[in-house]
Structures are given as C-alpha cells and as structure tokens.
Design a protein around this ligand. Sequence first.
Ligand SMILES: [Zn+2]
Length: 297
Amino acid sequence: MNEELHNDFGHGKNTYPPSKGVPGLPEFEFNSAVGRETKRLLEGIMTTYEAQPFNGNDVPLRTRTNFYNARYARNKKAIGISDHANANGKKSVRGFGVFYWHSSSEAKKLAQIILDEYKKEFPDREKYPIWGDGLFASEPGEWTDLHMCRETKGIFVLVEWEFMTNPESYKLLKSDDYRKRCALVKARSACRWYGIPFDKPAAKPAAKPAPKPKEEDDMLEKAIVVFGMDDFPAAKRLAKKIKAPIYVRDGLPAGRLAKEVYVVGGDEKGLKGDKFVILSGSDLFETSNAVGEFLKK
Ligand SMILES: [Zn+2]
C-alpha cells in the first residue's frame, strides 16, 4: 500500500497561552481534533503519519518537516495536509482557505481537491464562507511564505479551516460537528487524490469497551475535571483547597470518576459522578472567576 497521508496539525498544547489561540480556544485543540478524527477515518484505508503528538507539547516546524521529508524519501507517493485555525486583527474576516507552494502544480491540484470537497460538505456559503477564492499560492518572501509549504519535499498543503477571531467561526471551530466534518473533508480529499473509495460512515464515535464498575472502596471522594489546559491554573488553586486530583476531559478513565466531581470549564455532559459542582463560564476568564468565587466561600 503506497497511499500515505502526512497528517499534520499545527502547534502543541503548550502554545496557548502565549500565542496560537484566543481565550477559550487554543488553536491546538481544534487542529489536533481534526487530525485525530482524520486518522480514525482513514484507518484501514491508508497509512497516516503525525510528527506532532495528539496531546503533546509543540514539536518545532523544522523537526516536523524533517520527519515528513524522511518519510517522503521512502515513499514518493506520500501527500501531506497541515491543519490550522486562522487569526486576524479584523474580527469581520473569516472563511476557509488552502495554501500550496507556488511552483508545485501537484500541490495546487491537492489544494483544489480539498477546496472542492469542503464546498461539497458545506454547501451553505453564508454559514461556511470561503476566504478570498480559497486558494493561496505560498511564495518566498511574501506573507504567504509558509514553512510547511516551502520546506516539505512532498506534495504538501496547509489548510486554514476558519478564523478563531470571528465570533461566528469561533463557534464553528469550537463545535464537535465542524471538527468532525473538517476531518471528513480531509480524509475524502486524500482518498480522492489516490483515486480510492472512501466509504466509511461519517463521524461515528469509536466503539468503547463497556466500562468496568469501580469498587466502592477505591472510588475517589472528589475529583476535578478541566475542559482544556487553559483551565489548569484555576483548577490548581481549587485542587489545593479541596485536595483532589485534576483530570483533563479528553483523557478520562472509563467509569465513574468520583463521588463529587468539580467541573472547571464546560458542563457535566459525558462525565460520571454522583454529584457535580459546575465552576464554568462562557470563556476562560469567566471560568477562572467562577473558581475564584467558589474559593471565597
Ligand atoms: Zn496555526
């Protein structure tokens, strides 16, 4: 099997703060969700490689492109797609766009396929606008001069799926539905590139083995669940006070977590416990405030 996708997604969990994200939405959170789902969708169809771990710290650009180039040296048929979420000082700016290296007609072709698949998956242009005409030639010395397009030896494109800085697209980027459908676009595009069928059903969660019930004795009294790494500083203050461990929502063990679950960021949906204390707001700052108020009690 020669079909191979370099399933790249920008940034690591340590890149926001200070950069690469907006309050409540670290860019990495969106990018890695798309990458993870793409890998799942392509299982058994083609090999995928990730230079950036799904829940890891940032791997430098140079390390990532070296990794993909080493893969490319072994398989000249490999293609690469890097996921990103965009930002702009002007809040009104939004839409979807793909970057390809200016001199690569192959990369341009791949970019066109992804744009086309995006338009098919999201036909409502008002809700899902295209940024400019959706295609950007990455050129040396210009604002479009992207490392990922320039330094990769294979056919490689970079997708800016939407803008984090626009209120409407912020909601999209936060939503599970949009993340899964972006992955669907990515997976379909890779299959179309190779001319192989993509016939998996859309975005079904992977079947999990039934959780084993925990013994009542080793059940924790209290636990804290954070929505993302952003909520960690607030959760740490809480942990000190109530003496409970902190869990990240993404990596929870199966089964009931604790008798009393403190939710820092987000709601109790999907969590298992007897009693919930919700300390959340609509963004990172409000969440931090909610914890502060609770600690005052
Ligand atoms: Zn990015």
